[in-house]
Ligand binder design. Structure first.
Ligand SMILES: [Fe+2]
Ligand SMILES: [Fe+2]
Length: 387
């Protein structure tokens, strides 16, 4: 893994980028990928830094006017714990480091490697390891062995994406087959409960989607090929989150517009990375790219609508939303499967998700829904038959 960070993950609060106007393009692109607001040094105010716990400075430290401005601002905001300075390597690197230190730098990063380094530091793969006792408890839980295998697979894929290294789809497929068998043996509810008890954040989510997909495959009696495609798509669907900072993914409150724009990059980023592997089927790639599309065209990244969204993608989307609703987070209560299904039914009535997929999923989780969508709509306007 990358360079040891000087601050604990929990301390990684709001990051603010400050850049010189002539590097605005680079600064904006980088800050955008990390979901951080960016301010130009030429019109930086103390208000811009008021909530910052970290600043990343991309300024020309040879320019005394820039240095003076920075000093003026940073001296007045002592609460900023981490001050990262991006510098050019080469001839004047030493001088620039000295200059940055004079401005209270807690570390330096060579500009051309900085995005990769910051992404690695902020990513979900940098999370804490389980203790041996917690590990043993997970292995002993229902479905534990398949959960550990799926988790290992996820880790490999996330780390592969972060370092742009090739991955083997074989290990992913094997883990997916293991989850499917395990869910068939212990039941989806028990398998999901084990995940909720032993995982959090993005890893919990990805595992839950995989378990929900297994429940769907079982309930729908999908054939081996279809089930394998759905399971692989489920395990891989959020790999693009490897490059989204963890403090955004796990943020307890509403995302800022910058943060939401950063999150919206994940389906495309995952698709691009997986496309390069050459071993992921077109169907799975399509589902990864489009799992946040909506039937009415209000989704992302391509604003597909209706028939433009394929069956596997529709199923994955429904499993993804269901998993997100039943996941546990420290700051909110998980919804029950029945509540989650009700919300998905509402979403199908408002033309976001596919009703047939919702109905099959509901059946897999013991919530019977009317066969005809028209009956659901009528029921919705009278009393909810599925409440
Ligand atoms: Fe996603
Ligand atoms: Fe997801």
């Amino acid at each position: 893994m990358g360079k040891e960070s000087q601050i604990e993950p929990t301390d990684r609060g709001t990051v603010v980028f400050v850049c010189d106007p002539h590097w605005e393009g680079h600064g904006r692109a980088m800050a955008g990928k990390l979901g951080a607001p960016v301010h130009l040094l030429s019109d930086l105010t103390l208000d811009d830094l008021a909530d910052a716990q970290q600043v990343v400075v991309d300024a020309d430290l040879r320019d005394m006017q820039s240095v003076g401005r920075l000093k003026h601002a940073l001296d007045r905001v002592p609460a900023i714990k981490a001050r990262t300075f991006l510098i050019d390597d080469g001839g004047s690197e030493r001088l620039l480091r000295v200059q940055a230190n004079a401005l209270g730098a807690t570390r330096h990063m060579v500009r051309k490697f900085a995005l990769a380094e910051l992404r690695r530091e902020y990513s979900v793969t940098g999370r804490a390891r389980r203790t041996p006792a917690a590990d043993a408890a997970l292995r002993a839980a229902k479905g534990g062995a398949s959960i550990v295998e799926a988790e290992r697979s996820l880790e490999t894929v996330f780390e592969g994406m972060l370092s742009d290294a090739p991955i083997s789809l074989e290990a992913v497929s094997q883990a997916a087959v293991g989850v499917l068998a395990s869910v068939k043996a212990v039941g989806a509810d028990a398998w999901l409960a084990s995940v909720r008890q032993h995982h959090e954040g993005t890893f919990q989510h990805c595992l839950l989607v995989t378990g929900v997909a297994a429940g769907f495959a079982k309930g729908a009696k999908l054939g081996t090929g279809q089930a394998a495609a759905l399971m692989n798509a489920a395990l891989l669907h959020d790999v693009g989150k490897a490059v989204i900072p963890r403090h955004i993914l796990d943020k307890p409150g509403k995302l800022t517009p910058e943060e939401f724009e950063a999150v919206k990059l994940h389906p495309g980023a995952g698709f691009d990375y997986l496309s390069k592997q050459g071993s992921v089927s077109a169907l799975v790639l399509d589902a990864v790219r489009h799992h946040h599309e909506a039937l009415d065209g209000s989704g992302y990244p391509d604003r597909l609508r209706g028939a433009g969204i394929g069956p596997l993608t529709r199923i994955l989307t429904v499993c993804d939303i269901f998993a997100a609703l039943v996941e546990t987070r420290p700051y909110k209560d998980a919804r029950t499967p029945r509540e989650a299904i009700n919300m998905l039914v509402d979403m199908s009535i408002s033309s976001k998700v596919d009703y047939a997929a919702v109905r099959t999923l509901a059946g897999s989780f013991g919530v019977p829904l009317p066969e005809q969508f028209g009956d659901v709509v009528r029921g919705f306007t009278q009393t909810r038959p599925y409440g």
